[in-house]
Design a protein around this ligand. Structure first.
Ligand SMILES: [Zn+2]
Length: 485
């Protein structure tokens, strides 16, 4: 037998063994055993709808500029106090920076580390144009509460308070101390709110066993090859965020006699080059964990590839990246150009031209990596500067903790036929500030939004289904009982 043939047999043997290994792995990957006992509880969802409707009517719009009226936040505090009397009767209330709110409800066991539920009070602006209803009218119709903030995220804020208020109505006092921390500028930078709250917590030596915030999503499993089930995702980390300004400088002049290349041409080239030279795709640890958790529930083809995500990543990355931009953004740092600037006049070639790129940094990379990549792509002629309010990706919270297990169980108890998995959250939340004061930070939004309702977040005709709101209240009632009692 010649050497070439031996090598060929060896290669075929290795491929065969690998294939066999992957097939066996696929066959033994089975859905989680045992069924969680469902938790049922009667709630007055119309009461929850009424409270949400009233909350939407208070226009707690993020203050983007100094001097913006922030008094609605004070009215919002009063409103919460009126509607959650049992919580406020027990709560030690601290107001940070005028409008952010911390509520501390002491538990019976001072040795247990406190737990913290986050929400932001602020909402993005909504001009009445294009809305079917008054965006700040809190209108209730066809089984929905309409208005800005009804999804993002007054519904969750209200549901989380209802959870404890209901337990207190039942005469149950918590064992673990509970904090509610409600920032007031999440939609801007979080600096006045969440960041300042965390500074207060650090100064006062307050640490949490867990922090639970908005973020993870619930979706129809059919969208990702999981038949007849829904999927609930818990964000264990979030991507980093940075804006960079690219500037080209060249001789300007009259537009009637252009030189071969202007600053505008150069910036256009830089934009093109960067858009076509992305950073590499990677499967971060939480992403792999998500695929491995979901794979056993998927159709056989998806299951085979995702159970073997560590061996077949090279093939999966480009395929998944092409299927959908959302999947693409879970795997890599993304560049989105948002602002371009050239001349002020149509007939003047500017000396300077610039472009701003919004970058969402993948788990495992840093701002330094991004800067290095950008400078390499655009070359020395383009100046690259980092703008304010940037941050690296957050750490990744563990999934082998008691808190995570309890969170999963609580979801399964209230939302039957849901598969729960961890995942890397691709947007930004207030909770990124809390890693320094908590053993774990988890993002979960207990609302099922169809594609239509997803578009309404920060968009027109935002609305919250009352049925879903009732269920979210039951969820928080159970979650708080499981975590803090
Ligand atoms: Zn939000």
């Amino acid at each position: 037998m010649n050497v070439g043939l031996i090598v060929l047999y060896c290669i075929l043997g290795v491929i065969g063994a690998l294939l066999l290994f992957m097939i066996v792995r696929t066959l033994i990957a089975r859905p989680k055993k045992g069924k969680t006992e469902p938790f049922t509880f009667e709630v007055d969802k119309d009461e929850a709808a009424r409270v949400l409707s009233g909350a939407v009517r208070i226009p707690t719009v993020t203050a983007y500029n100094e001097g913006d009226d922030q008094t609605p936040f004070l009215r919002f505090h009063e409103y919460l106090e009126k509607n959650f009397p049992l919580i406020f009767a027990r709560a030690e209330k601290t107001v940070v920076n005028g409008y952010s709110l911390i509520l501390k409800i002491s538990g019976k066991d001072p040795d247990l580390m406190p737990g913290c539920f986050l929400a932001h009070q602020d909402v993005v602006p909504a001009a009445a144009d294009g809305w079917e209803v008054d965006p700040f009218g809190g209108e209730v119709k066809d089984g929905y509460v309409y208005g800005r903030g009804s999804q993002d995220m007054k519904s969750q804020l209200i549901a989380s308070l209802f959870g404890l208020e209901l337990l207190l109505r039942e005469g149950k006092e918590p064992t673990r101390t509970i904090y509610y921390c409600f920032g007031h500028d999440e939609e801007f930078t979080g600096k006045e709110g969440a960041k300042s709250i965390v500074e207060y917590l650090v100064k006062n030596n307050i640490r949490f066993e867990f922090v639970i915030d908005e973020g993870g999503t619930m979706l129809d499993g059919n969208l990702i090859g999981i038949k007849n089930k829904y999927v609930a995702l818990i964000g264990t980390c979030e991507k980093g965020y940075a804006d960079y300004k690219l500037t080209a400088t060249r001789d300007g002049g009259h537009a009637s006699a252009p030189k071969k290349k202007s600053s505008v041409d150069e910036i256009a080239e830089a934009v093109y080059d960067l858009a076509h030279t992305p950073m590499k795709r990677t499967f971060s640890k939480p992403l792999k964990e998500m695929y491995r958790t979901l794979a056993p529930y998927m159709n056989p083809l998806y299951k085979f590839f995702l159970v073997n995500v560590d061996l077949l990543g090279w093939l999966l990355k480009p395929v998944l990246g092409l299927i959908n931009p959302l999947l693409n953004s879970t795997m890599r740092t993304t560049f989105a150009f948002t602002q371009l600037q050239g001349s002020d006049a149509p007939n003047v070639i500017p000396v300077k031209a610039s472009a701003v790129v919004n970058v969402r940094i993948n788990i495992g990379e840093t701002r330094e990596d991004v800067l290095k990549h950008m400078k390499k792509v655009v070359g020395k002629k383009i100046e690259v500067s980092e703008l304010e309010d940037t941050f690296d990706p957050s750490p990744v919270s563990l999934t082998n903790t008691e808190t995570y297990a309890t969170l999963v169980r609580s979801i399964e108890e209230v939302y039957e036929d849901f598969v729960v998995a961890p995942y890397p959250f691709i947007a930004a939340t207030d909770s990124k500030w809390y890693y320094t004061v908590s053993n774990g930070v988890y993002r979960f939004t207990p609302f099922v939004y169809g594609l239509d309702d997803q578009k309404r977040i920060h968009g027109l005709n935002e609305r919250c289904e009352i049925e879903g709101l009732g269920r979210a209240v039951v969820f928080y009632r159970r979650l708080i009982e499981n975590l803090c009692y």
